[in-house]
Design a protein around this ligand. Structure first.
Ligand SMILES: [Zn+2]
Length: 499
């Protein structure tokens, strides 16, 4: 054979190989959305050498977005969880905080408060549902797509973390009742708990980690994530997730990282330890998924609902800025300023963090201009030390926040009907807590989280371009060939998708 023929054969082989490239992978049988509560983006790299399980696998085999942020304020649990599968900003979703003052009923409510439903699995608890969520989620869009049967389930220790990612059409959301140790749900979804959930509770399966602790302590302990993982396995078996014909969706939120993080701070050995334990819990979960469904049929997405600030005392030792103030000082200064000017009265009715809800009826009855009262309140707060910015509700209604990333994030968190009268941003590293640490600001240590996709539909690697957590929902919708959730404000992370 001469060289020419050999070359021709080589070319033919090459063309043939190109033509017989494996067909695009079929759609995922199950999408698993994992949210780690309070897991800052740097935790992936900071403890990397100690990860041997699920986080190692995600870091090595996943499409890892290294510069993904939340683009809203406040960066708190309910808002983060409402974003991950809706792609929506609070300005659209209506989830403006963990709690807020409801001007209609005159009551302080949570993101998932619902008086029209009751809790299932334990007696006498106030009901919870996704009714405050005004937009659709990926799960809702799967169900509305007409693409066969899709089941959607959310679970966590916390009610809001189970309910909000799953959405309003979910087959169920489950969270832990810390008194009974039962996973509970809501009559919003069904008249009674499904048999598999009842069985899980009756078996007291989580008692294997309990020792002498009560269930409250247990769920806040290093075993908190083991409990959630065990219940996730039960949900997958009970609802037959991944085997219902269409693409199913399970949202799992691990809460205890947040509990430990608040108490000890990001620089503590305890946060390192719970991160390593999370890596191991995820390894066990992925093994379960692999045995049951085959990991090639599962799309895993991992993110966090917010980051966290370092402890102010640690920062002071580093000669970095930071310190503590109290919500009380902020609210008292507003109350005093308004009383001094307009007379002694109850000027503040409710709050969301340090942000006040002013007494609009009193302002109206006193024939005062709301905007003028807001400005006076804002001025009082601006005079306090270590307050970076104060916005009024009327300024934000007119879109008058400064157009830098801080101003945009505050504006993105603004939903008129549920908004407080002031929005207050402390200087970087300043906290409204007396001890431990927290999150909630628009600063980057609170907004920067991992976004990782794992599965044959994504090209493994590090993607350093700017991304937002809001991009997860449109990316999943595009991959699944379903409608984009109604309020999604993000782009398709096309660079990571296998074409
Ligand atoms: Zn959280």
């Amino acid at each position: 054979m001469n060289k020419l023929i050999l070359a021709a054969m080589g070319a033919a082989t090459f063309i043939c190989a190109a033509q017989t490239r494996p067909a695009p992978a079929p759609k995922p049988k199950l999408v698993v959305m994992i949210v780690v509560d309070q897991f800052r983006a740097d935790y992936l790299w900071r403890f990397r050498a100690d990860y041997t399980g699920g986080l190692k696998r995600l870091a090595e085999k996943g499409a890892v977005f290294t510069n993904a942020h939340y683009e809203h304020f406040p960066t708190v649990t309910a808002v983060g969880h409402s974003t991950v599968l809706s792609g929506a900003l609070p300005a659209a979703s209506g989830i403006v905080g963990n709690e807020w003052y409801d001007r209609k009923t005159g009551k302080q409510i949570t993101s998932v408060s619902d008086d029209t439903v009751t809790t299932l699995g334990v007696a006498g608890r106030q009901g919870a549902s996704p009714r405050n969520l005004l937009v659709s989620t990926v799960g809702d869009e799967l169900k509305m797509s007409g693409k066969g049967v899709s089941k959607v389930v959310g679970l966590s220790i916390k009610d809001r973390s189970a309910i909000l990612p799953a959405g309003r059409m979910a087959d169920g959301a489950y969270w832990l009742d810390k008194n009974s140790g039962n996973f509970v749900s809501s009559t919003f979804y069904f008249p009674e708990l499904p048999a598999w959930a009842k069985t899980f509770n009756e078996k007291k399966a989580i008692d294997q980690w309990k020792g002498t602790m009560d269930y409250g302590k247990l769920s806040d302990s290093q075993y908190g994530n083991d409990i959630v993982e065990l219940f996730a396995e039960a949900a997958i078996e009970g609802e037959n997730l991944g085997r219902n014909g269409g693409t199913d969706l399970l949202s799992v939120s691990f809460s205890v990282n947040d509990t430990i993080g608040h108490a000890k701070g990001p620089d503590s050995p305890e946060v390192k330890e719970i991160s390593i334990r999370t890596d191991k819990v995820l390894a066990r979960f992925f093994d379960f998924l692999d045995k049951r469904l085959g990991m090639q049929n599962v799309l895993v997405v991992l993110t966090a609902d917010h980051g966290v600030a370092p402890l102010p005392e640690v920062m002071q030792a580093r000669r970095m800025p930071g310190g503590r103030m109290t919500e009380r000082v902020v609210l008292d200064s507003i109350q005093k300023a308004l009383s001094d000017k307009y007379g002694e009265a109850e000027w503040i009715l409710g709050k969301s963090g340090p942000s006040p809800y002013l007494n609009h009826k009193l302002i109206l009855d006193s024939k005062l201009e709301l905007e003028e009262v807001q400005q006076l309140a804002a001025q009082a707060v601006r005079q306090l030390p270590h307050i970076a910015r104060v916005f009024t509700r009327e300024e934000l209604r007119r879109g008058q926040a400064l157009n830098d990333f801080v101003g945009r994030r505050v504006q993105n968190g603004f939903f008129y009907q549920r908004a407080s009268d002031l929005f207050i941003v402390p200087e970087p590293y300043w906290l409204f807590e007396a001890k431990g640490t927290s999150h909630g600001t628009p600063w980057n240590y609170d907004s920067h989280v991992p976004v990782i996709f794992l599965g044959p539909w994504f090209k493994a690697g590090k993607y350093n371009e700017r991304a937002a957590v809001n991009d997860i929902a449109p990316t999943l919708s595009t991959l699944l060939e379903i409608e984009v959730p109604s309020g999604a404000n993000g782009r398709v992370l096309n660079e990571a998708l296998v074409k």
